[in-house]
Design a protein around this ligand. Structure first.
Ligand code: ADP
Ligand code: MG
Length: 704
């Protein structure tokens, strides 16, 4: 259906003639004064362009115009007619109902509004109105309760069409926002530059920008809305990918420190291991060593599930660099992990006694730190393992050739770059490692400037982890089971979604209270520890060490345990409120057990095993394939859980969602084609693209 016949041009009085530049301040629009501008600023809207790119987050479809006689209950529809009666019914306590009867050629219907007696001033008998809303039953008759309404003598923004719904802020209502986006749309587009060349638009069937913006705010149909969104998403992804690809091109031209591949050395390392490397380990080590041999700095992401054996791969890279007289720095997000790494590296590199590995973490004494810094600066320590402490200005290297960052998603882009900058003129190689496998296409976007190696195979004799979803009816059996495991000398984790009951609403267990309750009522004879994110770093450290030394039987914790802690003696992990976590995160937590020789168990507690959460969590009962789990998570919850865009150095996306992989891939190949044709984007038809790309990356404060 169409409502065009009811739509008129805006009244002359509200229509300033001249078009406005997209960069003009919002106060240039009629009706936006200082106060409104300040409110808009809270939504990061300063210019008209900002307003145009404040996209609706959803829509109300009021495009169905229905004759009043055909109204049915519980439908989202529009009627248009004449007001035949209107009155305010006063109720006790300053409450009131405004009751209006609307009539068209087929019949009449009532509309009610609560506590807005002033509406009577406008909704007078004899006036023509358009009313849109959800119909409901009042007594025996169909009526509209608090519908949207408008007079038909101006552009319809709130009724009779697909209506945009915006994110708002205090002081700004939907109606005002719609008025403003609409007037921006009538005033700006003549001056809105089209950044995408005709050829590109026709290849990818993209709407012109003016049309796309008009349709994304005020769609004439579902199809045009889809087309409009597609254009905006594609464009945003295009700038994102162009930025990534240029960053990558720059890097691949930078001067590096080639380290020739030394097969005998790698063979010696392999021969010294108590196990055979998996094929995946051999393959990715080959990729990395080949990268190190190139004259440009490596930037490689090593993705491998928990327990896939990334450390030994990193050790091969470290050994290769160190044996050529360069140094390596290995950074981990926590002291415990750093210490674990130091121990692993010392063990793995023991057959090469000339390699000296040292630790640098914040909690060391000043004297010890000074000593390590000296050894790094004069080159006598070839491998420095540490935390953020490595980033301090006082840490200098004699000749840094390789930077390894473990659990790299825990660090910002700036921190990775900061450590790398310690290499001096020629950039050191970078090996970033992550145990959060994400689907390849997403990885390409997030780390579009990195090369990716995937460790997609677990070492053969991995302990089984039996995973089961359970509800409250099983507590007794579960606690008895944990007790029996402890009796056999094992340890357990109990994970709660929240820190403290006092905090917020929610019915899930909180670590503080649960720790107290379990210690007092359930396991009074066992040693329980408590670990959560609000504890001081020292206290966390102490608790983790106590767990490692088996002074604790059970550790009650929040999801902080997710980061690669290695306690081979732990065999049970009980996760409370499991439906509150993403699958990938649960998978990470599950990886805290099954690391030793003991068969292990993961119990996922949910409120109600009849719930839809059950099916989602049963994925974990079925598979231990991190990639498959991540893919499921991406489909079910979007990428937000896996990534924080800021953290990854990505600009904020306004239209696009990272789960929209097909568009992402199309944009990536379009970006590749553009750069092949015009690497610096300096042809006249690409100037606008280049400017918009820089704008996108620049407003995010990211240098490319
Ligand atoms: P992650 O990828 O989670 O960092 P690690 O490097 O810590 O995994 O390895 C986990 C455990 O598996 C370590 O104890 C390591 O010694 C062992 N490991 C690594 N590679 C192999 C292999 N090919 N065969 C058997 N065990 C291995
Ligand atoms: Mg690891």
């Amino acid at each position: 259906m169409s409502t065009t016949n009811t739509r008129r041009k805006p009244r002359a009085a509200t229509q300033p003639a001249a078009a406005l530049a997209p960069g003009s301040p919002v106060t240039r629009l009629p009706g936006i004064g200082k106060a409104a501008a300040e409110s808009l600023e809270r939504l990061n809207i300063r210019t008209l362009a900002d307003l145009l790119y404040h996209l609706p987050f959803r829509y109300e479809d009021y495009s169905r115009l229905v004759p009043i006689a055909q109204l049915a209950v519980n439908e989202r529809v529009t009627v248009t007619g004449t007001i035949t009666s209107s009155q305010v019914v006063r109720l006790p306590g300053r409450r009131s109902i405004t009751r209006v009867t609307i009539q068209d050629a087929t019949g009449s219907v009532e509309a009610h509004w609560f506590n807005q007696p002033y509406l009577l001033q406008q909704l007078r008998q004899g006036a023509e109105v358009i009313v849109s809303g959800l119909t409901s039953l009042r007594g025996t008759r169909v009526a509209f309760i608090a519908p949207d309404w408008e007079f038909p003598d101006r552009d319809l923004l709130n009724t009779g069409r697909i209506v945009p719904v915006y994110h708002l802020t205090k002081g700004i209502g939907q109606h005002a926002m719609r008025r403003w986006t609409h007037s921006a749309l009538t005033l700006v587009p003549p001056q809105l530059p089209e950044a995408l060349p005709e050829a590109l638009r026709s290849t990818h069937a993209l709407l012109p920008i003016g049309k796309a913006l008009a349709e994304v705010h005020y769609p004439s149909s579902d199809e045009t809305l889809r087309a409009a969104r597609a254009r905006l998403i594609f464009e945003e992804f295009l700038y994102l990918q162009l930025g990534m690809l240029q960053r990558r091109a720059e890097r691949t031209q930078a001067e590096g420190r080639p380290v020739p591949v030394d097969d005998t050395l790698f063979q010696r390392l392999q021969d010294s291991l108590p196990f055979e490397l998996t094929n995946a380990q051999k393959r990715v080590t080959g990729e990395i060593l080949a990268d190190l041999a190139r004259p440009h700095p490596m930037s490689r992401l090593l993705q491998g599930d928990v327990g896939s054996g990334k450390t030994v791969v990193a050790a091969a890279a470290v050994l290769s660099v160190v044996s050529h007289g360069l140094q390596a720095a290995v950074m981990a997000p926590t002291s415990i992990l750093a210490e674990q790494h130091l121990a692993s590296f010392r063990r793995l590199l023991a057959p090469f006694p000339e390699v000296r590995c040292e630790l640098l973490v914040g909690s060391m004494s000043e004297a010890a730190k000074a000593e390590v810094r000296r050894a790094a600066a004069d080159g006598s320590a070839q491998v420095l393992v540490g935390t953020h402490a490595l980033l301090e200005d006082t840490v200098r290297f004699n000749d840094l050739g390789l930077v390894v960052v473990d659990e790299q998603h825990r660090f910002g882009v700036g921190q990775r770059a900061g450590l790398r900058a310690k290499g001096g003129e020629a950039q050191p190689h970078l090996l970033a490692m992550s145990a959060t496998p994400i689907p390849r296409s997403l990885a390409l976007t997030l780390y579009g400037d990195l090369d990716i190696s995937l460790l997609d195979e677990l070492p053969a004799e991995r302990q089984e982890i039996l995973t089961r979803v359970r509800d409250a009816s099983s507590y007794e059996r579960i606690y008895a089971f944990i007790r029996s495991q402890v009796a056999e000398g094992r340890q357990a984790f109990i994970i709660c979604p929240r820190v403290d009951d006092e905090d917020a609403e929610g019915d899930t267990k909180a670590a503080l209270q649960e720790h107290r309750r379990l210690q007092k009522e359930v396991f009074p004879d066992l040693n329980l520890g408590l670990l959560h994110g609000r504890m001081k770093a020292d206290d966390k450290e102490r608790i983790m060490q106590a767990m490692q030394r088996h002074e604790l039987d059970i550790l009650v914790a929040t999801s902080v345990v997710e980061v690669g802690i290695d306690i081979p003696n732990a065999s049970v992990i009980l996760i409370e409120g499991a439906d509150r976590f993403g699958l990938a995160q649960l998978h990470q937590m599950r990886g805290r057990v099954g690391r030793g020789v003991h068969k292990s168990y993961c119990i996922l507690m949910i409120g109600d095993t009849a719930s839809e959460a059950l099916e989602r969590l049963q994925t974990l009962e079925r598979t231990r394939d991190g990639l498959e789990i991540a893919q499921m998570d991406l489909e079910l919850r979007g990428p937000g859980d896996m990534i924080g865009t800021r953290q990854h150095g990505l600009p904020e996306l306004r239209a696009a969602s990272l789960s929209d992989l097909p568009t992402l891939e199309r944009a990536r190949s379009a970006a590749q084609a553009l750069l092949e044709d015009d690497p610096a984007l300096c042809k006249p038809e690409h100037i606008a693209i280049s400017a918009k790309m820089h704008e996108l990356w620049h407003t995010s404060g990211i240098q490319i």
